[in-house]
Structures are given as C-alpha cells and as structure tokens.
Design a protein around this ligand. Structure first.
Ligand SMILES: NC(=O)c1ccc[n+]([C@@H]2O[C@H](COP(=O)([O-])OP(=O)(O)OC[C@H]3O[C@@H](n4cnc5c(N)ncnc54)[C@H](O)[C@@H]3O)[C@@H](O)[C@H]2O)c1
Ligand SMILES: O=C(O)C[C@H](O)C(=O)O
Length: 320
C-alpha cells in the first residue's frame, strides 16, 4: 500500500519540527515547501539522514515549486511570519494574509483533495482566508490552536497537582488570542472537574485563575523568552495529533478552529470548538453548553475574530 503524502508549506521552525515528528510517527512521506530556496531541501536531507538512526522509512523532499505538493493527503501550513516581543498576533495580518493567498492558490492547483491544517497567525482569520483562497470544502480545512492552548493548560495543571499529564484533560475554546476561553468546568483530573478539585482543597480558586490567565498568555510568554520567533515544539506536536487523527481515522475529539454554520450561534467563520477528526475530515462539531459567564467569554472571543475578518476584508477586497 502506498504511503500517505504530507506536504508542509513553510519550512521554518514549526515546519522542520513537523517534518521530524511525521517521520518519527510513521505518518507518511514528507515534502517541505518554502520560498527560501535551499532551506526546505536542507531540512529534508538532514531529517532523511536521521531516519536510519531512528528507523523510519519515510522519504523526504524539499521544494520551492508548488507542483511538489501534488496529490498530498495532508497539507500543514506554517508559511508566513511569527510575531516578535511587543507585538500581538493580529499585527501579522498584513504580511500573512498575502502569504495565505499564494498558499491557497498552490493548494487549489495541486492538492485540492487534501485535509489542510492551518497554523499561521492570526490563526482564526488566516484559516478563514485560506479557505476562501483555496476553495476547499469547509470540512477539509481546520486551524490548529485549541490543541496547543489546551496542552499548555494541561501542563500547568499537571505541574500544580503533581500528577501525570495523561490524566489531565482540558478544553480551551474560542479564538487563538488573549481572550481565548479555557473551560474550567470541562477540564478534569481523572474525570474530576477542576471546580470540584478546588472544593476538595487540591488547589485554590486564586491558583486556578492564575493558571487560566497563564494559558491565555502562553504564546506571549514563549515569545518573550525566545526574543526571536515563537513556540514551535508544542505547536508542531499539536498539528501532528490532528493530522494523525485524519490519516488513521482515529476520530479524536480535539479543540480546533473549525468552520461553523450556525453552531454556537456563529455562521461563516472559523473558531475554536471541539470537533471529531476522522477520515471524513471534520466529521462532527460538538456543541457543549455554556453557563452565562462562559457564554460571555466565548462571545467576546468571537467578536475579536469577527473584527480580524473585517480587517482582512479591508486589506483584500476580494474577500469582502
Ligand atoms: N496557531 C498556533 O497555535 C501557532 C503556534 C505557533 C506559531 N504560529 C504561527 O505559525 C507561523 C510560523 O511560525 P514559525 O515559528 O514556523 O515561523 P518561521 O519564521 O520559523 O517559519 C515560517 C516559514 O515560512 C516561510 N514563508 C514565508 N512566506 C512564505 C510563502 N509565501 N510561501 C511559503 N513559505 C513562506 C519562511 O521562509 C519561513 O521559513 C507564524 O505565523 C506563527 O505566528 C501559530
Ligand atoms: O504566540 C504566538 O505568537 C505563537 C502562537 O500563537 C503561540 O500561541 O505560541
């Protein structure tokens, strides 16, 4: 049986990490694409030379021509620029929207049947624009953010409770901005909601609030530490989990920026919600119920993403 083909558009920090993880997880053959000639080729060769040591058989190619992604089963998009300290993700719209146009046209020409995962920021607006530019069916394109934001929350919780990360679940919904929505009521340790753990004395409400706030600002914390560039290991691991669920038809329930057509009262935009990812792409959107405070947070986050989409329409009138 032929191996799957995974195309990575953008061969920077996340692109390179995605390529290595795809090999280590035996997900398929990898093509790295970038506009900087030599970088995708160099990273492809470097990882191919790690394969004999790690014992994986995937082939690796680097390219600067979109024809190389032809027939890809999965495309993961990280092309564009990351923010620097002092910037917000939203400041990247001007540059990254143009990049999404080029990438969308490349996908439309060479990989229209792929399952596409967008990572480029500002995430919720860029995945919306990429869908418009590529013309992909809305069940075949998603944005990666919620898996990362939830992983950050899980890490902080496991560290606080001194338990395995495996026994901590978390759901962070909404847009991938500082007003994202970490859902404390739907996050658990071994099935016990965090709200109950406060009552049981495992932690205090103040500590829990601080972990929620740290999660919201998690991307910025790393940008400020790195000083050049943003997080890439956890973002790559998160997108690989999504790609694996599609390629292996695992039907995992993951928080992702998915196209909403009325669910959660939202229509015509992408926002972070729990979805089932399987061989059919986005197979189902789970509509969890919100209490009034959660609903207010979600609505605020939706309003922020709506503002970003309007800004995209202002930059490119074809999107209006
Ligand atoms: N959604 C998330 O949760 C999340 C997490 C981390 C980073 N990000 C975003 O992902 C993006 C990439 O981050 P990174 O750390 O890999 O950045 P990076 O600068 O290391 O890599 C980006 C790559 O894109 C390439 N590129 C630029 N324009 C291109 C084009 N038109 N076509 C193809 N390639 C092009 C660059 O040459 C570079 O190699 C950034 O926008 C960042 O903000 C999102
Ligand atoms: O914070 C950033 O700019 C990168 C990314 O969105 C992240 O959350 O790590």
């Amino acid at each position: 049986m032929a191996r799957n083909k995974i195309a990575l558009i953008g061969a920077g920090q996340i692109g390179g990490t995605l390529a290595l993880l795809a090999g280590l997880k035996d997900l398929g053959d990898v093509v790295l694409f970038d506009i900087v000639d030599g970088v995708p080729q160099g990273k492809a060769l470097d990882i191919a030379e790690a394969a004999p040591v790690e014992g994986f058989d995937a082939t690796y190619a680097g390219a600067s021509d979109y024809s190389a992604i032809k027939g890809a089963d999965v495309v993961i998009v990280t092309a564009g620029v990351p923010r620097k300290p002092g910037m917000s993700r939203d400041d990247l719209i001007g540059i990254n929207l143009k990049v999404m146009q080029a990438v969308g046209e490349g996908i439309k020409s060479y990989a229209p049947d792929a399952f596409v995962i967008c990572i480029t920021n500002p995430l919720d607006a860029m995945v919306w624009a990429l869908q418009k530019f590529s013309g992909l069916p809305t069940n075949k394109i998603v944005g990666m953010a919620g898996v990362l934001d939830s992983a950050r929350f899980r890490h902080f919780l496991a560290d606080e409770f001194k338990v395995s990360v495996e026994d901590v679940t978390a759901f962070v919904l909404g847009g991938h901005g500082d007003d994202m929505v970490p859902l404390v009521r739907y996050s658990t340790v071994a099935g016990v909601p965090l709200t109950d753990l406060v009552k049981l004395g495992w932690t205090t409400q103040e500590k829990l609030d601080a972990m929620v706030e740290r999660t919201r600002k998690g991307g910025g914390e790393i940008v400020n530490l790195l000083k050049t560039g943003s997080a890439f290991y956890a973002p790559a691991a998160s997108a690989i989990a999504m790609a694996e669920s599609y390629l292996r038809d695992k039907k995992r329930v993951l928080p992702c920026a998915a196209y909403l057509d009325g669910q959660y009262g939202v229509k015509g935009m992408f926002i972070g919600v729990p979805i089932v990812i399987g061989a059919g792409g986005v197979e189902r959107v789970l509509e969890v119920t919100f209490d009034p405070a959660e609903k207010a947070m979600f609505d605020k986050s939706v309003a922020s993403v709506t503002g970003l989409i309007e800004a995209c329409k202002g930059v490119d009138s074809n999107l209006a």
